[in-house]
Design a protein around this ligand. Structure first.
Ligand code: MSP
Length: 500
């Protein structure tokens, strides 16, 4: 059976999750659900990054030991994922023994292979970025909290793999996506690649995994975190599982961590002799106004506020429909309300109301017989028949917003068709025609709900239950005539905006 192994970044537990974290995780969930619906065996991995300076500082700020801090913060992520209906297959915390053991194994292996050496190093260190930066980076002025540090440290021979990495990126166009991100990395690789400092003396920062070959040091947080992608699927612990799952099909990340994934991680995998993930996809940022949403800027949107007000499915829908994968997008309450009212209240919710209202009024509340088709139905059926393949093709190319738009577009077409056909009038003069029109409208509603299931699991489940089609599939014509519709309230009540 075909496998689909998708990952999200593992998030720092230095603070509670915000919309940015929720976005990547929902995206992975939506893709996982689409792939499951196509009958693939899916493995969806997420988790939290618990080591390193950022987490240590957050714990110190709260005045609690770091492990206790992590134990308290990690559930904030898993609980939010539960509320957001994220169905992951595994959730890794990097302080778990199943992970730390593998990190030490990897360190030892890379060390034994001669790819780690010790050196005295003097250079600029960015506390905020938690890494040594080059002279050029220093003068760019982009880095905050910079100081000069002189230290004995361990280095990973990243430079050794530079040519191989360039060649790999050039010969695998699907590897780094979108394409302009691959070009960005190739541009970065035009400069000589330095080696990576992978240790922190415990005297300075002790919250990490011990280097197996020098107990005075812990490993750098990225050399620890990235390994989650192989520690969970069983590297060095469960060979069968690992063979089945690795390489991952898709590492979903934000563009902020592109270099760590496409340069650090890939060279680590080269050193281990492991195949590289099929695709690293860097999405853009959610902005508020023109600035990135981030804790330090104090402009974060708390997903819970929107979930409580408008429901989980509306939030999932907005995030998936609004962001063109790869580009930045703006999260503002106005944009949310606009999208909700137009797509969910006016288009999708309205179609359900019309269909169930008219069936209730003129057809004893049951799905009618389709009867003989006219050209108008043929047109809709042609769109309906091709829709599932189209949506899955778009999802395969990570065009999530387009896949959703194609589906909502059929809803719009059918709403227009209803206005033109006016089955409420037909019911008075030509009952078979009224039946024909309402069967097509109800079937289109069913199909669109089935196709939107990965995006809005609860609301679409409700619609399918109303239509008596809970277990129906993705091809046109599965709605059964004679089924009695279930009573329901408004699916997506319109949000009334107060006029200023
Ligand atoms: N712990 C590292 C990742 C290690 S992966 C092996 C880390 N954690 S983080 O908590 O800072 O999360 C970064 C990720 O959160 C981004 O790559 C992205 O997936 C998501 N986002 C955080 N802020 C975001 C926005 N404003 N917009 C979109 N996504 C953002 O980096």
């Amino acid at each position: 059976m075909k496998n689909f192994f998708v990952t999200t970044p593992i998030y720092y537990v230095n603070d509670v999750p915000h919309i940015g974290h929720a976005y990547t995780t929902i995206l992975a969930d939506v893709l996982a659900r689409f792939h499951r619906a196509s009958g693939e065996e899916v493995f969806f991995l997420t988790g939290v990054d618990e080591h390193g300076q950022k987490v240590l500082q957050a714990a110190q700020k709260r005045g609690v030991p770091p492990q206790q801090h992590c134990d308290e913060l990690a559930p904030r992520f898993s609980n939010l994922w539960e509320k957001l209906e994220i169905r992951y297959d595994d959730f890794i915390r990097t302080t778990e023994a199943r992970h730390t053991k593998v990190v030490q194994h990897v360190l030892q292996k890379v060390y034994d292979a001669g790819d780690i050496y010790v050196d005295e190093y003097e250079g600029w260190y960015s506390v905020a970025e938690e890494r040594f930066i080059t002279e050029t980076e220093m003068t760019s002025g982009v880095f905050r909290d910079v100081k000069q540090i002189k230290e004995r440290n361990y280095f990973f021979k990243m430079s050794k793999y530079q040519d191989r990495l360039i060649e790999y990126i050039q010969s695998h166009p699907e590897f780094i996506q979108p394409e302009h991100r691959a070009n960005e990395i190739l541009g970065f690789l035009k400069q000589p690649l330095g080696d990576l400092c992978i240790s922190r003396p415990k005297a300075r920062m002790s919250w990490g995994i011990d280097l197996p070959f020098d107990k005075e040091y812990v490993t750098y947080v990225w050399f620890d975190a990235l390994i989650n992608y192989i520690s969970v699927p069983g590297y060095a612990s469960d060979e069968q599982k690992f063979l089945r799952l690795w390489p991952a099909d898709l590492h979903l990340i934000g563009k902020d961590i592109l270099t760590t994934h496409s340069v650090y991680w890939t060279t680590m995998l080269f050193s281990l002799g492991l195949p590289l993930p099929r695709t690293i996809f860097a999405h853009g940022w959610w902005l508020t106004g023109d600035t990135k949403m981030s804790k330090s800027l104090g402009n974060v949107i708390n997903p819970m506020d929107f979930i409580e007000k408008y429901g989980v499915d509306a939030v999932r829908y907005f995030l998936m429909r609004e962001m063109v994968l790869g580009a930045d997008a703006n999260f503002t309450p106005d944009a949310f309300i606009k999208r909700y009212n137009s797509d969910l209240a006016n288009d999708f919710g309205n179609l359900l109301n019309r269909v169930s209202g008219l069936l209730g009024k003129n057809h004893d509340g049951a799905v009618p017989e389709p009867g003989a088709r006219t050209a108008a139905e043929e047109e809709i059926i042609t769109v309906g028949r091709g829709l599932s393949a189209k949506v899955h093709e778009l999802i395969g190319r990570l065009r999530v917003h387009e896949a959703i738009d194609e589906t909502i577009n059929l809803v719009r077409i059918v709403n227009k068709y209803l206005e033109l056909q006016a089955p409420w009038k037909l019911a008075k003069t030509d009952m078979p025609s009224a039946c024909r029109v309402l069967y097509v409208a109800a079937e289109a509603l069913r199909l669109c709900s089935a196709l939107l299931k990965p995006v809005m699991p609860s609301k679409t489940k409700a619609v399918l239950e109303i239509l008596g089609a809970a277990d129906s599939g993705l091809s046109w014509g599965e709605l059964k005539s004679g089924t009695t519709l279930q009573p329901h309230g408004a699916l997506f009540p319109r949000i009334e905006v107060e006029k200023k």
